[in-house]
Design a protein around this ligand. Structure first.
Ligand code: THU
Length: 163
């Protein structure tokens, strides 16, 4: 029997001024995108901003539906938007900003499992890491260097045996 411990490095910043200018801007873009979320049911608004290697920033926000499962998270709206508009362009980073009108969200909201899996697909396709920046309306900022860090033992296309 082998016991393996899997961990990752999480960078925690108390203040946005500790971040690079690029990261500060990307978080601001995510916060601005959050304002246009359509979240009448959960009242939980999420904005995402995707930074591409060509310098473009593509945004998304959560889009809910009266038929709840038909809605989509901000991260997937943004990442699919990037894939649709800039196919094949490497994704460098995704910033995610969350807030609720029901209570104060004090911890950075991390992407859900479906969004991790979706971002992971692009990370593996481009064979280079996508860093994540997370923040709620206030409070600390979390950064990790790769989506693989928060999705250990991920499922990927190699299991399908076609490639
Ligand atoms: N949501 C996101 O947009 N991203 C996540 O990673 C977690 C949850 C949205 C989906 C839904 O509109 C609302 O937040 C409450 O779950």
């Amino acid at each position: 029997m082998e016991k393996r411990k899997i961990g990752f490095e999480l960078f925690i910043f108390d203040d946005e001024t500790e971040l690079s200018q690029n990261d500060q801007k990307l978080l601001r873009d995510a916060a601005a995108a959050r304002e246009n979320a359509y979240a009448p049911y959960s009242k939980f608004k999420v904005g995402a901003a995707v930074l591409l290697e060509n310098g473009e920033v593509v945004i998304g926000n959560n889009q809910e539906n009266a038929s709840y499962p038909s809605g989509l998270c901000a991260e997937r709206v943004a990442i699919f938007h990037a894939g649709a508009e800039y196919p094949g362009v490497t994704i460098k980073s995704v910033a995610i900003s969350a807030s609720s009108s029901k209570h104060e969200v004090e911890e950075p909201a991390a992407p859900c499992g479906n969004c991790r899996q979706t971002i992971m697909e692009y990370e593996q396709k481009q064979n280079s890491p996508i860093s994540l920046l997370l923040r709620s309306e206030k409070g600390p900022i979390y950064k990790c260097s790769s989506v693989a860090d928060i999705l250990p033992l991920a499922f990927n296309s190699s299991f399908l045996g076609d490639s």
